[in-house]
Design a protein around this ligand. Structure first.
Ligand SMILES: [Fe+2]
Length: 435
C-alpha cells in the first residue's frame, strides 16, 4: 500500500515538474526574468519559489534534512515581497533556478523512499507531498496566466478543446434541503475545504451552462457598461476608474469582437464561456439578466448533491477522479470548451461543466467553514478570510486535476481579470413576497 503511494507521489511530482518545465522552457532567459505585468511575478520567480516551498516542507520539515539554500528563503517568501516588487530582487538566474529546483527534487525523491505515512498528520496519506504538488500546479496555472499577458508570438501549442455534442441551455431547479458541503475525508483537501458540514439551501435555479461570449456580447451591446443600475456601487466605481468596456483581451473587430489568446488573435467565439471578467462584471451581467451569482453553497450543491440518493459526490459525475472525458482541465487545451462538450461530466441535476473550462465567480466572501482549523499554517488560507476576497469554484482549463476537487475553493479580489474566470447565473426559486 505504501509502496503504491510512494510510486504515485513520485509520479505526480514528476508529471507536475514536466508542466513547469514546459511553461518555463517555452521562452528565452530574457523573457523569464522580465515582468510581463505588475500583477504577475517574473516566471523565474515562480520557478524558484516552487522549489523553495518544496525545500521548506519536504526537505527540511518532512525529511529533517539540512537546508539546501537557507539564504534565499526570504527572497521567495510570497508574504515578504508583493509581485510588483519581485523583478527588483536579487533573484536566482534562470540557470541557477533550474539547478536549485533539480537539487531539491533529487533530495525529495531520495527521502520519499523512507518517509513513514503514519504518526504525523502532515505526512498521513502523503498529504505534505500532495500539498506541494498542488502548490506547484497552482503556480503553473499562474504562469499560464502570465503567458496570456506576455506580448509576442505564440510559444504554447495545444489542440483545440472538443466541440459541443449535446445542446445545453436554460436553467436547472435545485430543490430545497440540506446537503453535505466540504469534506473531512479527501486526503489531499486543504484546510479551507474542511470539515464536512450540513448546509440547508433554499430552492434555487442555476444556469445549466456558463455565460457565453455571445450572451456577454449582448450585455455589452445593450449598454451594460454604460448603465450604473446594473452595477454595485463598488463595481461601478471600479468600472469607471479602470475604464472597463469589455472582458480583458477583447478588441473591437468590425461589428464584432476579437481576442488575443496566448499570442494568437482570432474572432471571439460566441459559443465559448466568457473568460477574463472580474467579479464586478459578472455581478453586473447577472443583474442585467434578471438573475444573480450563485452562493458558494449553491454552486457546490448543484455540483455534488445527488437528489436520487441524498448523497454528496466527490465530483459532479460521481466519485472517480477527473478523466479527460469528464472535464477540460490540466492545460490539455488553451481555451475553455463550449457548453455541451463534456456531457459525461454533468451533475445529477443536469448542470454542465462545473469542473474545468473557467473558474466561476460566486457571490460569497472567503470564510472558514464551521469548525475550521488552520493546517498546516495560518498563511495558507486563514489570513485571507474576510470580505476582501470572493470565492471562485470549479477550476479552469489551466487547473490540474490534483488542484480541482468538487470541494476546492479559490479566492481572489473582486477586481481581478487576469485569472481564467467566468461565471454562471442563479436565481431564487421562490421570489420573496412583497413586504
Ligand atoms: Fe506560492
Amino acid at each position: 500500500m505504501t509502496g503504491r503511494l510512494r510510486a504515485h507521489l513520485a509520479a505526480e511530482l514528476e508529471r507536475t515538474r514536466a508542466r513547469t518545465a514546459l511553461l518555463t522552457d517555452a521562452v528565452d532567459d530574457a523573457d523569464l526574468v522580465r515582468q510581463h505585468s505588475p500583477l504577475m511575478s517574473p516566471l523565474v520567480w515562480d520557478l524558484a519559489h516552487v522549489g523553495n516551498q518544496e525545500e521548506l516542507w519536504l526537505v527540511r520539515d518532512v525529511g529533517g534534512r539540512e537546508p539546501v539554500r537557507r539564504d534565499i528563503d526570504e527572497l521567495y517568501d510570497a508574504f515578504k515581497h508583493p509581485r510588483r516588487d519581485r523583478p527588483q530582487l536579487p533573484l536566482l538566474s534562470p540557470a541557477e533556478a533550474r539547478g536549485y529546483v533539480r537539487t531539491v527534487r533529487d533530495k525529495v525523491l531520495d527521502l520519499l523512499d523512507g518517509v513513514p505515512f503514519s504518526g504525523r498528520r502532515l505526512t498521513a496519506d502523503g498529504f505534505a507531498f500532495g500539498m506541494i504538488v498542488q502548490h506547484e500546479q497552482q503556480h503553473d496555472e499562474t504562469m499560464l496566466a502570465t503567458h496570456q499577458l506576455r506580448l509576442g508570438p505564440a510559444v504554447l501549442h495545444a489542440l483545440p478543446p472538443p466541440r459541443a455534442t449535446v445542446g445545453v441551455s436554460g436553467e436547472v431547479l435545485i430543490p430545497a434541503g440540506p446537503f453535505t458541503m466540504g469534506t473531512s475525508t479527501e486526503p489531499w483537501a486543504l484546510d479551507n475545504e474542511r470539515p464536512a458540514h450540513a448546509v440547508d439551501v433554499p430552492a434555487f435555479f442555476i444556469d445549466a451552462g456558463c455565460v457565453t461570449n455571445g450572451e456577454y456580447a449582448a450585455f455589452i451591446a445593450d449598454g451594460g457598461y454604460d448603465q450604473p443600475r446594473w452595477w454595485s456601487e463598488a463595481g461601478w466605481r471600479h468600472r469607471v476608474e479602470a475604464g472597463l468596456v469589455a472582458p480583458m483581451h477583447w478588441r473591437r473587430d468590425g461589428d464584432g469582437w476579437a481576442y488575443t489568446r496566448f499570442g494568437r488573435t482570432e474572432p471571439v467565439d460566441p459559443g465559448e464561456p466568457v473568460v477574463h471578467v472580474c467579479f464586478h462584471e459578472a455581478q453586473a451581467y447577472a443583474a442585467w439578466a434578471g438573475k444573480r451569482l450563485p452562493t458558494e453553497a449553491e454552486w457546490e450543491k448543484a455540483a455534488r448533491y445527488d437528489p436520487a440518493t441524498g448523497r454528496t459526490r466527490r465530483y459532479p459525475w460521481g466519485d472517480g477522479s477527473p478523466l479527460p472525458h469528464h472535464a477540460n482541465l490540466g492545460q490539455r487545451h488553451l481555451a475553455p470548451a463550449p457548453a455541451g462538450a463534456y456531457p459525461l461530466g454533468a451533475s445529477p441535476a443536469g448542470v454542465y461543466q462545473l469542473i474545468g473550462d473557467v473558474w466561476e465567480w460566486t457571490a460569497s466572501d472567503f470564510t472558514g467553514y464551521p469548525g475550521f482549523a488552520a493546517f498546516p499554517y495560518r498563511e495558507y488560507s486563514q489570513v485571507f478570510f474576510g470580505p476582501r476576497y470572493k470565492v471562485l469554484r470549479g477550476g479552469s482549463f489551466g487547473t490540474d486535476a490534483t488542484a480541482c476537487r468538487g470541494t476546492f475553493r479559490n479566492w481572489d479580489f473582486p477586481i481581478r481579470r487576469q485569472i481564467f474566470a467566468g461565471f454562471r447565473c442563479a436565481r431564487d426559486a421562490t421570489p420573496a413576497e412583497p413586504g
